[in-house]
Design a protein around this ligand. Structure first.
Ligand code: ZN
Length: 47
């Protein structure tokens, strides 16, 4: 769960990887989760 919260990648991408769909998750961005929005805006993740 810590990994999930601190991931800088798309949250869906992380879930795909967690479910063993690592190939499908490569470069995946749903464009809707908070991480994708940060990526789109180019804002650094505040940790
Ligand atoms: Zn996303």
């Amino acid at each position: 769960m810590q990994q999930f919260l601190h991931a800088k990648q798309c949250r869906w991408q992380f879930l795909l990887t967690a479910f063993g769909l690592s190939e499908e998750s490569l470069g995946f961005q749903c464009g809707k989760c908070d991480q994708c929005r940060k990526i789109d805006r180019g804002q650094p993740t505040i940790s």
